[in-house]
Design a binder for this molecule. Structure first.
Ligand SMILES: C[S@@+](CC[C@H](N)C(=O)[O-])C[C@H]1O[C@@H](n2cnc3c(N)ncnc32)[C@H](O)[C@@H]1O
Length: 408
């Protein structure tokens, strides 16, 4: 992928979405994604200028010292929108580009596509140069999932099971700086195999007496970009709920099952039939609706005797205990919003076969990768908060691969 070498602190300011442009002495017709490479050389004078010019800005509090800024490798990615030449006088003083502009050319960076990524050490070069990106399975990436997906070729993932940070229901460590839903949805579509599935587990916040509706808006956006809304499933929480509002208390979340075309794998979960072995004599119940498919089937069955089988396919409301019953891994509870292990287990067995690749772009405590590993699937996780990534690494280290039947 195309890369551009930039001195610190400018590279840090770009990937943290503070500096919206990059000054150059040369013109380029290139527009598209670019890796931000932090050069070995740093700009000490520039760093002091930033400290002085922006002393009253919030970002100064989190800006590392120049010594702590990584150098000699890729630290993030962005998107070049345009390359423009403009005279200093023409830049409107109040514009957010103005303090950063030196010219004569500037590359306008498309902010929502700008993010930090795990450090990739490599030497820099002048102008644009190429850095090949690789993806490894069975590891957690400490970065924005957009960075991880950038490493993936198209059609790479069989199944994604994930739960985004919806509305502002929970406080994640360090705060999640930006959640670019549309960018993430678009990338998920690209990296999903034809026939692959994305399970998007989401709920709504109620604010000022009204639900946000974010879950529906997201499901419809997924449809708009090409996914089938294969099934709107319900994750019902088994635990006792506290009833302290003037409405029926929330006891479920949506599990939108989105597929890229018809799902290629379908291993339905079967349940024992209560009426197993029971004989039933069919009656002609469809008099008056002669031309429908069901009336033809009913006439065909009329008078026949059938025996109820021993199993039936499970319905689309799945119930799991939450709270302390979600996992035996104590460390997982250091994360505020974990999945019960049964949830990813049931989706992984339904939509994949052993050896398939399972992805969780917002992996939290690592429940999805843990279950994927136990079930003999390849897995990839992304988690943007480093402390949560530590939980994933520790949890996965203590997880050993078992044949699927041994996953509880
Ligand atoms: C609802 S939690 C997921 C919990 C997970 N299902 C589990 O079982 O532990 C969402 C997680 O997404 C992470 N996150 C938010 N935006 C992200 C992004 N763009 N890339 C990677 N991780 C992100 C948050 O830090 C948070 O840990």
């Amino acid at each position: 992928m195309k890369a551009l070498s930039i001195q610190q602190p400018w590279a840090w300011l770009i990937v943290n979405r503070i500096k919206p442009i990059e000054n150059r002495t040369w013109k380029t017709p290139y527009s598209g994604p670019v890796l931000i490479h932090a050069g070995k050389k740093v700009d000490r004078q520039g760093y002091d200028w930033v400290l002085e010019t922006f002393k009253n800005h919030e970002f100064i509090k989190t800006m590392p010292t120049l010594e702590k800024m990584p150098t000699g490798g890729v630290i993030g990615a962005s998107y070049i929108y345009t390359c423009t030449k403009i005279s200093k006088e023409k830049i409107w003083k109040g514009h957010n580009y103005a303090p950063w502009y030196i010219g004569p050319y500037f590359l306008e960076l498309y902010k929502p596509k700008t993010f930090e990524m795990e450090f990739i050490p490599c030497p820099g070069k002048l102008r644009f140069f190429d850095i090949p990106l690789k993806i490894e399975t069975n590891r957690a990436y400490r970065e924005n999932c957009l960075a991880t997906m950038l490493r993936m070729p198209s059609g790479f993932i069989d199944l994604t099971v994930t739960s985004p940070p919806y509305d502002d229901l929970r406080e994640y460590k360090g705060g999640v700086k930006a959640f670019d839903f549309e960018e993430i949805a678009g990338e998920l579509y690209r990296v999903t195999k034809p026939g692959g599935v994305v399970v998007w587990v989401v709920g709504d916040q109620t604010k000022d007496g009204s639900e946000s509706g974010t879950s529906f808006m997201q499901a419809l956006y997924f449809k708009k970009i090409g996914f089938n809304l294969h099934d709107t499933m319900i994750f019902k929480k088994k635990n006792r709920i506290v009833t302290n509002h003037r409405r029926y208390e929330q006891e479920f979340e949506f599990m939108f099952v989105l597929s890229k075309g018809e799902p290629k794998t379908w291993n339905p979960i079967k349940l024992p039939c209560v009426e197993a072995g029971k004989k039933r004599k069919w009656k002609d119940t469809c008099v008056g609706s002669k031309n429908t498919k069901s009336s033809k089937a009913a006439r065909y069955r009329s008078g026949r005797v059938t025996v109820t089988g021993s199993e039936k396919t499970k319905g689309n409301i799945w119930e799991y205990a939450t709270g302390a019953h979600m996992t035996k891994d104590k460390i997982a509870f250091e994360h505020p919003a974990i999945f019960p292990e049964g949830l990813p287990r049931d989706h992984i067995f339904t939509w994949t076969d052993p050896g398939d690749v399972v992805y969780d772009p917002m992996a939290g405590s690592g429940t999805v990768p843990k279950i994927a590993k136990l079930a003999g699937r390849e897995w990839i996780a992304s988690e943007v908060v480093p402390e949560y990534c530590d939980i994933i690494d520790k949890r996965l280290k203590n997880t050993f691969k078992f044949p699927p039947k041994e996953v509880e």
